[in-house]
Design a protein around this ligand. Structure first.
Ligand SMILES: [Zn+2]
Length: 161
């Protein structure tokens, strides 16, 4: 996926996440979108820095890098949500483009991708980006709306109510 695809994916994802987390459609929703959208978009741009430094789709396209961004806010108290951008970049490269990414680099150089991906230069790359973004939002919606319900059900059954 090219830079435009990654930025649009991050922006659309952030708008969707903003509405999922703050569905009121008020100023608070807008605030949430900006709060999430800026770090997510920066995070989505980060992995392709390895086109200039390191090996593309390997050096900054792997799970140790993602874990680093996940842990960073806990250790240093900033860079929240950047990991979401890095993750969605990986998802888009794995699912939306023909060539995969080396998820286990530097331990294993094999690049993993899904067979549904299209070439970066393909006319369908934008459509693929939208499909991946919608799938991501559906997954998040499932987690946001269903998991609390499951937790509630489990708790209720655990208490014998
Ligand atoms: Zn990439």
């Amino acid at each position: 996926m090219n830079k435009k695809g990654h930025v649009l994916n991050a922006v659309l994802l952030s708008i969707g996440l903003g509405y999922l987390l703050e569905p009121s459609g008020s100023l608070e929703t807008f605030r949430t979108i900006v709060m999430i959208g800026v770090p997510v978009t920066l995070g989505a741009l980060f992995p392709d820095v390895d086109t200039a430094f390191g090996k593309h789709r390997k050096t900054l396209h792997n799970l140790p890098i993602l874990l680093g961004f996940l842990a960073f806010p806990y250790v240093f108290g900033n860079l929240e949500y950047v990991w979401v951008g890095v993750l969605t970049h990986y998802v888009l490269d794995v699912a939306g483009s023909k060539r995969g990414i080396a998820l286990f680099y530097p331990l294993w150089k094999k690049e993993f991708g899904l067979p549904i991906g299209v070439a970066v230069s393909s006319k369908r790359a934008d459509l693929m980006m939208v499909v991946v973004t919608v799938a991501e939002l559906l997954l998040v919606a499932l987690v946001v709306f269903r998991v609390p319900q499951w937790g509630f059900e489990l708790g209720r059954q655990g208490l014998g109510l």
